[in-house]
Design a protein. Sequence first.
Length: 660
Amino acid sequence: MDNWRPFTISWDDNVPIDIAFVFEKEKPAGKHGFVTVDGDRLVYEDGTEARFWGTCFNSGANFPPPEYSEMVARRLAKYGLNMMRTHQMDSEWATPSIFQANRAKPKDNTRTFDPLSTDRLDYLIYCLKQEGIYTYLDLLTYRQFRHGDGVDAVAGLGQAAKPYTYFDPRLIELQKEFARDLWTHNNPYTGLAYKDDPAIALVEIKNESDLFTQKVVLEPYRSRFEAMYRAWAEEKGLSVPDGDVDFAEPDDQTAAFMIQVMQDFNTDMIEYLRDIGVRIPIAGTNWSRNLGVTAGQLTTDFMDSHCYWNFPLWEVGTTQTKPMVEAVHNNMAVLSQNRLLDRPFFVSEWDHAWPDEWRAESTLAYAAVGALQGWSGFTIHTYRYSTWEPEGRLGGGGSTINGITYRFHFDAYNDPAKFGLFLHAALLFRRADVSASTDSVAIAIPEDGGSWWRMGHADIPALELAEKQRVGILLPGEASDASRVVQPAEGLDPDAGEVVSDTGELRRSWSQRIGIIDTPRTKAVYGFVGGAGTLALDGLELDVDTDFATIAFSSLTDDPIEDTESILLTAVGRCENSGAEFDEEHRAQVEIGHGPILIEPIEAEVRLRTSQANLDVWVISEKGEAVTPLPTEYEDGVLKFRIGAQPKWNPSTIHYLIIL
């Protein structure tokens, strides 16, 4: 790390690069009308396709002071974001939460909203709306029910009372009460009830909840569930053995019942939300666990899923270290397990948490494959866990569980390796720089042979086709108009070494550990590009010296890179806090370190074909200053220059502007 240099992205809206002007015509949010569903797409009422690139706000971050709301809305817009998902605002640990702004004032129930918290959420949503940023509302995430809520076995209910909220009448009643109070609440800053505000675009009923991986074991809920099951079986003419039914280890019959319960719950909640005036698309829950969970969402408007790479290993407090770029079966396959071809798909959580040193590979990979697939949007988990205090280091989200400290950090807002690439991701995804797949493939799940509902992504190699063509699950009994129908085992050939999209714009070589995005307005390489020889894209050649990097180019106009007068270039790879310490395998963080954040300079020679003969290449500092032009050569329509090898007296950077 001897040559690593400081580059700290400011926590406020003094950002290095401001691309809000590219999307100025999209302000305020809601100008196109409510978000609706049209086949497998989200569209506004005026017919414009709705594409979202955004972030989650976690726990207390949903209730900031007014001046912070104004600032953060501007900051997100400058990075090109147009979606914020409210996550964990009902959680016990949030300070404030939707239920309590003052934790020193005891409260024995979760049935009313705190006026200060509500006012702050109202103003945040208003500020975001003015900047063209939509809101995705969570309903039930981490609510800890209390004695005053009138629920049974309250001491045994965990966060969000999973999975009992699917079937217990009192818990369902409380969920409806919460939804009614939220959606009919009038926001004094917008002058609209939440249900009447088109800037609130999407809603999910439950966060990461199901009846398969979260077991029905707590009494009296288990006995109530068994009574429901026996009545269901009798109605269908099915037999049930004597003795207690073990729902923790379902068979095919109990699994069919559990799927039905999830579907019925979603139907009931959606009907209730429609009755109180909610018009926007509604999802059930949001994770890829098994196909039983996927089937439980068949009665919802759109599908949603979550996925993490190198997620911490809870039992030992370390992370895995394998780069996603070298995996044949990666998160694109995992996410696609929850994608059905007949409705929109959204990814409301994704991340490669620090200390994953390869996390710079992630941002553009998700945006590019999502665009290829025709997915409707992404929100990273998360922007930050804290709220409005300045921070000069990476961090946020570490936990101590059962006496073990897990130092993993999801805060993305000041991470050059992730947020530094959001500028390109927003342009790539929102402008549809990556073309949608020309083909569609349905993975037909066979009902014959029994327990199809147990299948997960690891049992379905065909999900690996997500980087090649539009792909989705075809559950038993469902129909599809896909171009092709394939069997679950028909995945990629590991010996082929690479996958290329049917559009020809995306290529990933797991054998070389390199990914390429090659479109007219955005071009990028990512992975272990150093020493790989010349990387040749259409109109661009790169010779990279640094081992690991993402190098991205995006036109800042409607013109292609070859003809535009303004190009953003970002080059970033590994970055850490000053003084951060890790074990030998970089699997466990020993010391979090301190500011300033350090980046590894990315050194490369660039040869860019352009019709503009007088382009300059400027180094952009972390404060957004164009500090110095780089030496360039222009010959035979090719602009040639080197990045990353600036003299020591120049500030380090990840950003460059190529402009007239």
